[in-house]
Design a protein around this ligand. Structure first.
Ligand code: HEM
Length: 225
């Protein structure tokens, strides 16, 4: 007879597997994806130094093979984390009380949907389309001209960065709680401050990079598309 049919608690082995899946899902979001995204946003600050510096930091890859392998590794991590998040959302429920924790539960999921849409558009337009269609990496001037003269591009980048800043910052809090790094009330309060600072720092880095591109695009002609 199964545990479900008798309403008995799940067997320890099942609980162990679920716990391991949750730990891996959370870890993949925070460590490879979170670190890569933070470095990626930081690299984009090179836009303050102009086209050559930005292209060297963001789109130039010494070895096409490591670029290719890195891209696929990232894609696998993104898909893994997204499937884990969707499963978790289907199972979990907010408790319906107007507590801050519920607002955070909802925001984590809303930003996840926004991020998936952002990432789909961003990876296609900034990475795949230029390389597959024009056989070249995205150029500084093209991105800067879009930031300066194409309002949807600017808005999508600003919102995409806001979504990743919140999702990653709050994800860090969930990770610290889920892995038992913070357990006391005082620890949770402290973690809220620390993760709040992470959100502000990511927002500042990402929005500053967008500002640098927008500024560089001002004297450029409006893009044709
Ligand atoms: C300041 C804002 C951003 C700018 C200007 C920017 C720019 C770019 C560019 C030009 C590429 C193509 C790189 C290449 O040709 O190798 C790229 C790739 C990528 N970006 Fe961004 N990005 C920004 C923000 C973000 C954010 C917030 C995320 C995550 C949520 C993100 C995730 C990715 C991913 C996953 C790729 C493909 C991975 C790869 O390059 O192999 N980007 N980005």
């Amino acid at each position: 007879m199964s545990a479900e049919a008798t309403s008995l608690p799940a067997a320890p082995a099942v609980m162990g597997r679920a716990h391991l899946r949750a730990a891996i899902g959370s870890f993949v979001g925070l460590v490879p994806l979170g670190i890569w995204t933070t470095v990626h946003l930081w690299n984009n600050l090179a836009a303050f130094g102009g086209a050559r510096q930005w292209e060297r930091s963001v789109t130039f890859h010494q070895n096409p093979l490591t670029d290719y392998a890195g891209f696929w590794a990232l894609a696998i991590f993104i898909v893994w984390h997204a499937f884990w998040g969707i499963r978790r959302t289907k199972r979990g429920q907010p408790n319906g009380y107007p507590y801050l924790g519920n607002a955070r539960w909802w925001l984590q999921r809303i930003t996840a949907i926004g991020l998936l849409l952002f990432l789909g558009a961003h990876i296609w337009l900034a990475k795949l389309h230029p390389r597959l269609v024009t056989q070249q990496a995205e150029s500084f001037n093209d991105l800067a001209a879009h930031m300066a003269h194409h309002a949807p591009t600017l808005i999508v980048y600003l919102l995409g960065i806001a979504a990743i800043a919140y999702h990653l910052g709050n994800g860090l809090w969930n990770f610290a709680f889920g892995f038992g790094i913070v357990t006391s009330q005082r620890g949770m309060k402290c973690a809220t401050w620390v993760t709040g600072l992470v959100v502000v720092a990511l927002l500042a880095v990402g929005w500053l990079a967008v500002f640098a591109l927008w500024h560089a695009g001002q004297p450029l002609p409006a893009p044709a598309d």
